[in-house]
Design a protein around this ligand. Structure first.
Ligand code: PDD
Length: 285
């Protein structure tokens, strides 16, 4: 059976899900997106994703065409229509299709809202057991990375470089420090057991999984420090890991071909992953 997508008020087969070539998402990357995980047919940490969506659209003066409550209903309806058990819901809102290609905001144009789903067994992904290799690349992005914009060319190039090198993620580097992964937040565990992740700000996307992991760690009296760190520090660390909606918590076992510790996922990473999965299941909607 063909997958169902959502486009501007309608649920349609994926092959019929279309937007205009004049859509500003297509012409200018004038749009915002979110990815929420699905476990056992339920959305994970979705309130956090919808709060970030509202913030991102606010930062670019784009009005959502639906309330976030309605958006969640549509996400849930799409999961149901696709019989999705484990995977992700992708959603994108753009400034819509005008009659031409004016850079400035058009007047009276309705934003475009689309969604589709994909299947992935995030909990049992093989890389959750083995960890992943990462490579480093310069961070080529603009200076408002806190906005979850669909302008992802720098991340496409970064992740292609990683893929070509047989790595699972690219860590982006700026001024000698790791900003974040191509599509993930970065963490290390120092030799004195401090969990370190870069502080939020315009240099990185405020990851929803990052936020939950930091809160869950602090609730358990684990020490967390929000500050930038270098690749050298990561290579001298006890453990390194990444977080995102599409992989939860995943160990980083090498950086640019050099092992992190013994090159195996560490106990803290495994523990945080378990804690996160437990939280995810308990709060799913
Ligand atoms: N990416 N940093 C960047 C640059 C990201 O693109 C993402 C997520 C994250 C992690 O955020 P969260 O924990 O809210 O998923 C950090 C999504 C999954 C993607 O582009 O597919």
């Amino acid at each position: 059976m063909e997958q169902i997508a959502y486009v501007n008020g309608s649920f349609v087969p994926l092959s019929e899900a279309k937007v205009s070539i004049l859509d500003r998402g297509f012409l200018f990357a004038d749009g915002i997106y979110e990815v929420a995980a699905v476990l056992d047919g339920k959305l994970i940490d979705n309130a956090s994703h919808l709060a970030r969506l509202e913030r991102s659209v606010g930062e670019i003066e784009l009005a959502l065409p639906e309330t976030t409550a309605r958006i969640q209903e549509i996400q849930q309806e799409l999961v149901k229509r696709n019989n999705l058990v484990n995977g992700m819901v992708y959603l994108e809102v753009t400034r819509g299709a005008d009659t031409g290609r004016d850079f400035a905001f058009p007047k009276g144009v309705k934003p475009t809202l689309i969604m589709f789903t994909s299947t992935k067994d995030i909990v049992n992904a093989p890389s959750a057991k083995t960890g992943i290799n990462v490579i480093t690349v310069p961070d080529l992005r603009w200076t408002r990375r806190d906005i979850k914009s669909v302008a992802l060319l720098a991340q496409v190039l970064a992740k292609q470089t990683a893929a070509a090198a047989g790595a699972g993620e690219a860590w982006m580097i700026e001024d000698g420090k790791v900003t974040e992964g191509g599509s993930s937040s970065c963490f290390i565990l120092t030799q004195d057991d401090v969990i370190v992740t870069r502080q939020n700000g315009s240099e990185i996307l405020p990851g929803c999984t990052r936020k939950a992991v930091v809160a869950l760690a602090e609730e358990r009296q684990l020490r967390v420090e929000e500050r930038a760190f270098s690749v050298e520090e990561a290579l001298a660390a006890k453990e390194a890991f990444i977080t995102s909606a599409s992989l939860f918590v995943q160990a980083v076992v090498s950086i640019d071909g050099k092992k992190v510790a013994d090159g195996k996922p560490g106990p803290m990473t495994n523990r945080l992953r378990e804690i996160y999965v437990e939280f995810a299941k308990a709060t799913a909607v």
